[in-house]
Design a binder for this molecule. Structure first.
Ligand SMILES: [Zn+2]
Length: 216
């Protein structure tokens, strides 16, 4: 017995991400015209975050059939990424896919609002930073939810003992490959500002970036 999505749920999932694949490393468009002027081509798939039937990837036995077929349990992907996520359910875990989904919906919302504004070269390209640093953004997002008025953060190694007047957040070289490079990208887009004053790199979040991360 499979708890499949209804046509309406599949359409909802596709529309909420602007018909692009939700994998931040892919973002393949999934809908376009057919040669027949009345037809469309769809290469998108409403994939299950928790599998539709027992034994499937990320299957969660405590979901009801209704919950399993609900849009909350779906993510819109291209056909290639839909196969990919079912090939390795450790790497493509439920929290990882839920993060992709949130980021894709946010990117679609921003693409919509940017479309209404005159484009400006200085406008941060949020879709690009989501693609380049998804894990760091997820961690920052969670930190700002939990610490809504903290703006400063430092870059540390777990082995260092660091004591400084707080409050501040910390990101670790051990957790993020090329953390320096990632901070350089955020600095280039003026999303963070460096305020290093001793030998530990220290930054402050710009409010526009905070608003983006916490979804205001
Ligand atoms: Zn894809």
């Amino acid at each position: 017995m499979r708890d499949d999505f209804s046509a309406a749920t599949r359409e909802l999932l596709a529309k909420r991400v602007g018909f692009v694949c939700s994998n931040p490393e892919c973002r393949q468009p999934t809908s376009g015209p057919q040669a027949d002027p009345a037809g469309t081509v769809n290469i998108g798939v409403a994939a299950h975050i928790s599998a539709a039937s027992p034994g499937g990837p990320r299957y969660k036995a405590d979901l009801s059939p209704k919950q399993r077929a609900d849009s909350c349990n779906g993510i819109w992907l291209c056909q290639t990424c839909a196969k990919l996520i079912d090939s390795d359910d450790h790497r493509f875990s439920r929290p990882a896919l839920e993060g992709w989904k949130r980021a894709a919906e946010r990117a679609a919302a921003i693409a919509l609002s940017q479309g209404r504004r005159p484009t400006s070269a200085s406008q941060p390209n949020f879709a690009k930073i989501e693609r380049l640093l998804p894990a760091l953004l997820e961690e920052m997002r969670e930190d700002l939810h939990n610490n809504p008025t903290t703006r400063e953060f430092v870059l540390l190694k777990r082995a260092w003992s660091y004591n400084s007047r707080g409050p501040y957040l910390a990101y670790y070289f051990d957790d993020h490959q090329d953390l320096e490079g990632k901070l350089q990208v955020l600095t280039n887009f003026s999303l963070v500002r460096e305020i290093t004053y001793n030998n530990v790199r220290r930054f402050v979040f710009e409010e526009e970036f905070v608003d983006y991360l916490i979804g205001l």
